[in-house]
Design a binder for this molecule. Structure first.
Ligand code: F6P
Length: 319
């Protein structure tokens, strides 16, 4: 194998740059030519390629976002789009492709292998942490630290005004961010798509906490479960005092990656190149326990990640 390519795709996640750096440097050290594909699958279809040398990825580990840029490419979801992408890969003599991204991006990588036999290796990177068979995805830890910091700040003002704050976090289909953020900030309530919510019970609980002397209330809701406005509408008339809404939005996807995300991304990048050099294709690098393993992409995608119900109960018990 002489030439490989790397791309980042879908929603960006802090740590993507560290993964790109590892792929480039580890690849170059193994005598490979490494091509960076700009703008994810859109760039793959357009042939928006750039040769990346060792020095080109200097100083990017600490940068948020992705220097390669990214996209959510509708065209690549079609067979025609993937055929165009495969033609570009073949035309440029690329023998292996590392795809760094979330569920949609990894599905695309798998199809590229299935339909055109392009050797692909996936690296899970999404703040949602909703990919099966891996304990952790790149970007999750940084995102959680951002949410934790924001909620701590909201608690200051919530206490001063004795208000209830409803904080909406990301997570289209997954309550992972909400659960973990709720646990580490001691939120009164955590609303996730995986577990139905009873608003009267929730209101009773908040009122009970007040009676016990608590002067602020934090309710964390995952965007996939309900909007913060809906939650406020359900709660305000039941609890009878002021609520405020904060939607954290895309701030959760930015920022310099934490040490933990950098470490995960760098080691997954190295493992992805090793997998290609070993001739393993259509696999995703996954963290299981403390070990990196290679799992079939389709197996990871078809394994539904469930919410940790025990942790959910613990978060309630400790709040
Ligand atoms: O990447 C995952 C994610 O951040 C989700 O949590 C969120 O719903 C979505 O992406 C937002 O996507 P976009 O940036 O395209 O609006």
């Amino acid at each position: 194998m002489k030439k490989i390519a790397v791309l980042t795709s879908g929603g960006d996640a802090p740590g993507m740059n560290a993964a790109v750096r590892a792929v480039v440097r580890y690849g170059v050290r193994h005598g490979l030519e490494v091509i960076g594909v700009r703008r994810g699958y859109s760039g793959l279809i357009d042939g928006d390629f750039v040769k990346l040398e060792y020095k080109d990825v200097a100083g990017i580990t600490e940068k948020g976002g992705t220097i390669l840029r990214t996209s959510r490419c509708e065209e690549f979801k079609t067979e025609e789009g993937r055929e165009l992408a495969a033609k570009q890969i073949k035309k440029h003599g690329i023998e292996g492709l590392v795809v760094i991204g979330g569920e949609g991006s990894l599905t695309g990588a798998h199809l590229l292998y299935e339909e055109h036999k392009i050797p692909v290796v996936g690296i899970p990177a999404t703040i949602d942490n909703d990919i099966g068979l891996t304990d952790m995805c790149i970007g999750v830890d940084t995102c959680l630290n951002t949410v934790m910091d924001a909620v701590q700040k909201l608690k200051d003002t919530a206490s001063s005004h004795e208000r209830a704050f409803i904080v909406e976090v990301m997570g289209r289909h997954s309550g992972y961010i909400a659960l973990m953020a709720g646990l580490v900030t001691g939120a009164e309530a955590i609303i996730v798509p995986e577990i139905p919510v009873d608003y009267s019970q929730l209101a009773d609980r908040i009122l009970e906490e007040r009676r016990r002397g608590k002067i602020n209330s934090i309710i964390i809701v995952a965007e996939g479960a309900a909007s913060a406005y809906t939650v406020a509408r359900h709660l305000e008339y039941r609890i009878g005092y002021e609520t405020r809404i904060t939607i954290l939005g895309h701030v959760q996807r930015g920022g310099s990656p934490t040490a933990s995300d950098r470490r995960l991304a760098l080691s997954m990048g190295v493992e992805a190149v090793d997998a290609l050099l070993d001739g393993e294709v259509d696999v995703m690098i996954a963290l299981q326990g403390n070990k990196l393993v290679r799992v079939p992409i389709m197996e990871a995608l078809s394994t539904k990640k469930t919410i940790d119900k025990k942790l959910y109960e613990i978060a309630y018990m400790l709040s």
